[in-house]
Design a protein around this ligand. Structure first.
Ligand code: AMP
Length: 188
């Protein structure tokens, strides 16, 4: 299976993605994790990404798209993958279509987690106390929600029109949400 998982910052996407990738037996490809690993290793890509991440902005599409194209071409992503946090812009949707086309494959579904905004902010403020993430300050948290609404929310309609969107209520415990995802994707 080839899936995407989407949701606003704080929706619990990362936690659910790990479990879902395991269930489908595919590569878990988190663009946020790849950027953070590059920041930690102080690579050129990491230096570029860090400026945007710290400000709560998206890393430019050409940088992100090239990174994902490389990653999807690797062996462990051939049969199944879960893309986590990509695509996030309409340009990335078009690029992903191209990449999958070239690989001779296509998406089977898009899981979108929905959580009300007040809950998102309070979860992220809670996470900020323990994560040490430089993009978890209150101003940046609020900005990331605005960027999500402007840039990423429109993607839901695109995937809904394609009949791929599976919306899952992201409120409640991680286990409860995981169960809802499993129920919504019986073949995963
Ligand atoms: P995440 O861990 O998915 O919340 O991503 C953390 C940060 O990495 C985001 O706020 C962006 O700065 C950057 N990032 C991750 N994925 C993307 C993407 N698909 N496009 C642009 N920037 C991204």
């Amino acid at each position: 299976m080839r899936l995407l998982i989407m949701g606003p910052p704080g929706a619990g996407k990362g936690t659910q993605a790990v479990a879902l990738a395991e269930r489908i037996g595919g590569a878990h490809i988190s663009t946020g994790d790849i950027f953070r690993a590059n920041v930690a290793q102080e690579t050129e890509l990491g230096r570029t990404a860090k400026r945007f991440m710290d400000a709560g902005e998206y890393v430019p599409d050409e940088v992100t798209n090239a990174m994902v194209a490389d990653r999807l071409a690797q062996d462990d992503a051939r049969e199944a993958f879960l893309l986590d946090g990509y695509p996030r812009t309409l340009d990335q949707v078009a690029k992903l279509d191209e990449i999958l086309n070239e690989l001779g494959t296509q998406l089977d579904g898009v899981v979108a987690l929905t959580v009300v905004e007040d809950e998102l902010i309070s979860r992220l403020l809670e996470r900020a106390k323990v994560s040490g993430r430089t993009d978890d300050t209150e101003d940046v948290i609020r900005h990331r929600q605005d960027v999500y609404r402007a840039e990423t929310e429109p993607l839901l309609a695109v995937y809904r029109d394609r009949g791929l969107l599976v919306e899952v209520d992201g409120m409640g415990t991680p286990d409860a949400v995981g169960q809802r995802i499993a129920d919504a994707l019986p073949s995963a």
